[in-house]
Design a binder for this molecule. Structure first.
Ligand code: CUK
Ligand code: CUA
Length: 618
């Protein structure tokens, strides 16, 4: 395997080449002309101007999601989800703990694939879903408030990897792959030797309720997935169809496969009660193994990785990884495949050779595809219809351009490229290695998200963007599709449980500042206070040593951006309270005497003075 080393010299050679050859006036003129003709779009967004796209970036093993502005590549916000966040109090506040649910004790996550809900194949601005490979979870962001509002732990699987949404007629389902095969049931009775009961499951989640709809058992494991634009089929790549338990075994056979799932067939089987349950839970598991009428298995070269649907809805493209090819599957032929009129391989309409290590493909809506070549450290632009002609024996060159990227690219994504609104403006390539592209920050380097202008015939690299561990994947959504609120509305379900608690305590959150001791459990104290810049409704309150204290702050400010914080010094307690929100946090008052609390979000000229005292009686 080539390393980044061999590619890193290229840019330097180029630079030295220019320096070494003094330019004549004529050369300057022709260069200027060429540049005018092919001038790349500028990624510069001037001060005071806004980006054209919301980018939703996976935060990888940081466990969060980030909002980037595209094309400026400025990080606009972080949305904590599977991680713990000191600034917002995610994982510390009662509201976030409620949402984190049964996985609240996990302090880590590994997010990979963010995808927005759609209506008729277009982003609808409602939700962004993402997987946590590390703890087999799927989380959802509400795009009106840009906060995580649901997290679901997927049963019966280990390592939820590829994730997508149903694109049409609307996102009824979120689908995701169980990657690692495990014994069914995984109850410690089967031992390590007998792998005959090991299975992977395809997971279908109700997008609105965020509950499991059903699961489909498959042969082999699953890697990445995507949906068609008709609401009929999903497709997943499989590496390790051998069900090997080590590298050698996993690479034994020349072919793995793409699994095609028929949604109608699955729903019919579910309705007819043709399912089993496992591991003591009641999630229906359908049998989609080879020979079942729920699925079809299309053999492709071994260990495919990315699975991408072209935006006009005609093709599923499975990226070769170990093979220098991608396999183009005709979605129009899938009806015949399920009717057993054709063989699985008959659905393949092209298998173009692109270069070494094809991982993921995206599209410009003009018939071109852009595939990352991990080993070659390149993006290759190729034409899908020309690749089909070449597969049929015509002499056409389907490769349009190869562009060096820096270095070792994984996912790439075009602006709106996974929807029918692919607009062919920007391509972001998420490079795993950045080496010499930034100031050296020590042995651990950032990733490099490269922005490429794809409006012209040639791809033009216009920006290097360092990012922290590790954006596997991203999407770019036109700003017209997303309309977040500017301040909270008081009836928001995000803090509804806290509002209900206050009601039980007879507290009006909008005006009361009260300390309430639980009648049944006198060690529990609830401290309700308002905040208006630069003061809290309570300057002080008293509790007893060992009390379990819940502080509830309601921010009465209605001015956009006047967020307050609440931090109890020396207690590990902090959170944000944005305008018109209520946030709460619970801790043990385990230190006697005076304990200052303060506002830790800069809100006012007298922000430093926004503080008060908790007195803890010994
Ligand atoms: S996977 Cu990371 S490069 Cu999780 Cu989408 Cu391909
Ligand atoms: Cu309120 Cu700072």
């Amino acid at each position: 395997m080539k390393t980044a080393e061999s590619f890193s010299v290229k840019p330097h050679l180029l630079v030295f080449g220019v320096v070494a050859a003094p330019m004549t006036a004529a050369m300057f003129a022709s260069t200027a002309k060429a540049q005018a003709k092919h001038a790349a779009m500028s990624p510069v967004v001037h001060p005071g101007e806004l980006d054209e796209y919301y980018g939703f970036w996976s935060g990888g093993h940081s466990g969060e999601v980030r909002i980037m502005g595209v094309p400026s590549m400025r990080e606009l916000m972080r949305i904590p989800m599977f991680n713990i966040d000191s600034a917002t109090g995610w994982g510390l506040t009662n509201e976030s703990k409620h949402i984190r649910g049964d996985g609240d004790h996990y302090l880590a996550g590994d997010s990979h694939h963010p995808h927005m809900s759609m209506t008729d194949g277009s982003y609808n601005g409602k939700y962004v879903f993402i997987n946590d490979k590390a703890n087999s979870r799927v989380g959802r962001i509400r795009c009106d408030i840009m906060k995580t509002d649901k997290i679901l732990t997927i049963p019966n699987v280990q390592a939820v990897h590829g994730l997508r949404v149903q694109k049409a007629p609307y996102t009824k389902y979120v689908v995701c792959n169980g990657e690692f095969e495990i014994p069914m049931n995984n109850d410690g009775k089967s031992g390590m030797k007998d792998v005959s009961t090991y299975r992977s499951l395809y997971n279908v989640i109700d997008a609105e309720t965020m509950e499991m709809a059903f699961q489909v058992m498959v042969d082999g494991n699953l890697d990445n997935t995507d949906a068609d634009f008709d609401g009929k089929y999903f497709a997943s790549t499989c590496y390790n169809s051998e069900m090997g338990m080590n590298l050698g075994e996993m690479l034994a056979s020349e072919r793995d496969h793409v699994v095609i799932f028929s949604l109608a067939a699955c729903e019919a089987a579910l309705k007819a009660g043709k399912f089993k349950t496992y591991n003591g839970n009641n999630v229906p598991v359908l049998d989609g193994r080879k020979g079942s009428d729920l699925t079809r298995y299309i053999p492709v070269p071994k260990s495919p990785h990315g699975l991408n649907t072209s935006p006009e809805g005609k093709y599923f493209i499975a990226n070769g990884k170990l093979s220098p090819t991608v396999s183009v599957i005709s979605i129009a032929k899938l009806d015949d495949l399920f009717a057993n009129k054709i063989k699985p391989r008959d659905t393949i309409v092209a298998e173009p050779e692109l270069g070494l290590g094809p991982l993921h493909t995206s599209f410009d809506g003009r018939g071109n595809a852009y595939t990352t070549l991990f080993l070659d450290s390149q993006v290759v632009k190729w034409n899908v219809e020309d690749a089909i002609k070449a597969y049929n024996g015509e002499k056409v060159n389907y490769v349009r351009q190869k562009l060096d990227v820096n270095y070792q690219p994984g996912h790439n994504h075009t602006s709106q490229g996974e929807t029918k609104d692919a607009d062919g403006k920007w391509l972001v390539v998420l490079c795993k290695f950045s080496k010499d592209r930034f100031l050296n920050v020590g042995p651990l380097k950032p990733e490099n998200d490269q922005l490429i202008d794809i409006t012209g015939d040639e791809m033009k690299l216009v920006h290097d963007g360092p990012t922290f561990a590790e954006p596997h994947d991203c999407i770019m959504v036109h700003r017209s599709k997303v309309k977040p609120k500017k301040i909270w509305t008081r009836d928001d379900p995000f803090f509804a449980p806290t509002v209900a608690m206050a009601k039980k305590d007879g507290v009006d959150l909008m005006s009361d500042n009260k300390v309430i001791r639980d009648k049944k459990d006198p060690k529990k104290v609830r401290v309700y206070m308002t905040s208006v810049a630069p003061t809290y409704g309570l300057e002080s309150f008293d509790v007893n040593l060992g009390d379990e204290v819940t502080v509830v702050v309601t921010n009465l400010d209605q001015v956009e951006d006047v967020t307050h914080g609440f931090c109890m010094t020396n207690h590990g307690v902090q959170m944000e309270i944005s305008p018109q929100a209520t946030s709460s946090i619970t801790f043990i008052a385990n230190k006697p005497g005076v304990q200052w609390y303060y506002c830790n979000w800069f809100c006012h000229a007298l922000h430093m003075e926004m503080r008060g005292r908790m007195f803890v009686h010994a």
